[in-house]
Design a protein around this ligand. Structure first.
Ligand SMILES: [Fe+2]
Length: 350
């Protein structure tokens, strides 16, 4: 398996990075993060150039990292500014630094050739930092390859079976999807609109709707990293107004950032932003706990699947059906992105 390099990935929430050194591996590359005295996020390779000691096990002094083993000292750009016992700093004494952008509450890091990093390519999740929404969020480590999480999120019919009692009802699996792929902009859309569905506890308790609902799930996946689920629920039959306004609909923006850690593990960032009960702490606590439970149900299932896949011959022939069209489109685009990253001559046409 090859990673899609030369792409932006979510490395952390902004709140995770402060004046403590913070280690996280992204696409197999161990990185160390910190916030400079001016507040900007810095990302460097987490290995001292001298004897590979993790810089994350070291000490921050102003805006420099002093290696905890022999004192090699690096500035924000990764250049070594001090070595012990000699005045001459070797020309090769530097560690790679990584382009970073803080946006929509996430810390995005560019994995690939520095000079190809363009912040305009980062997909947006504006609700997460919008005062018109209240957001709960977290990150769960997944001991499975990231493709399994992509498959999982692109096909929500599994909600009925894996997440019954939380977000799944029979109508989710029973309602057909529509899939559209924008090959140029590399966005995959999967929609499932349920006209008359049972209201699962996730929405009944948070919205206060008593009875059946009209429930829309509109997925928008920006490979490789950002997955958006625009979720709308309303009492059954209540639709948006002709002018597009939707005063009686409840809107939940479910955001996942899918970041490979290694070939067989993934950072599963999740966030739930809502446009109702904005100041209701009970609703926030309930949605945080419910969504975390749902994510952990997926984590348990995908961890099992990873172990199964690793133990079996690679030529296993899966069977795909209509519910898989979004996931198959995602696999195709991810494969192409990975191939392009291997072949710089092709460039990255996004
Ligand atoms: Fe799930």
């Amino acid at each position: 398996m090859t990673f899609a390099r030369n792409q932006w990935y979510v490395a952390a929430y902004g709140r995770e990075i402060g004046r403590e050194l913070f280690a996280r591996t992204i696409l197999g590359e161990p990185l160390v993060f910190y916030r400079s005295e001016a507040g900007e996020v810095v990302a460097l390779a987490d290995r001292c150039v001298h004897r590979r000691y993790p810089l994350s096990e070291s000490r921050l002094e102003g805006d420099t990292i002093v290696c905890g083993y022999h004192g090699f000292t690096y500035d924000k750009a990764g250049s070594c500014v001090f070595v012990p016992g000699q005045a001459l700093i070797p020309r090769t004494a530097r560690v790679p630094s990584y382009p970073v952008v803080e946006q929509d509450s996430f810390v995005w890091v560019w994995i690939g050739d520095r000079d190809r990093a363009d912040r305009a390519l980062i997909p947006r999740a504006p609700w997460l930092a919008d005062p018109a929404y209240t957001t709960v969020s977290g990150m769960e480590p997944l001991a499975a390859r990231y493709e399994l999480l992509v498959d999982n999120l692109m096909d929500l019919s599994h909600e009925t079976y894996l997440h019954g009692g939380y977000i799944g009802t029979p109508e989710v699996a029973n309602t057909p999807i529509t899939t559209e792929v924008d090959e140029d902009n590399r966005v995959i859309y999967v929609s499932r609109h349920m006209a008359d569905a049972a209201c699962p506890p996730f929405y009944a308790k948070s919205t206060g709707i008593d009875g059946r609902i009209t429930r829309w799930q509109d997925i928008e996946y920006h490979p490789p990293c950002l997955y958006l689920l625009h979720s709308r629920v309303a009492p059954v039959g209540v639709l948006p107004e002709a002018d597009g306004s939707d005063p009686h609909g409840f809107h939940v923006e479910v955001v996942y950032a899918i970041t490979p850690e290694t070939e067989h593990s993934t950072h599963d960032f999740w966030a739930v932003a809502r446009d109702f009960a904005l100041d209701d702490q009970e609703v926030s606590d309930f949605l945080r706990e419910s969504n975390r439970t749902v994510v952990l149900q997926d984590v348990t299932a995908l961890d099992i699947l990873e172990r199964v896949i690793q133990a079996e011959p690679p030529d296993y022939q899966e069977l795909s059906i209509n519910i898989d069209t979004g996931g198959l489109a995602a696999r195709r685009i991810l494969k192409r992105m990975a191939a392009e990253a291997d072949d710089p001559a092709k460039g990255v046409a996004v």
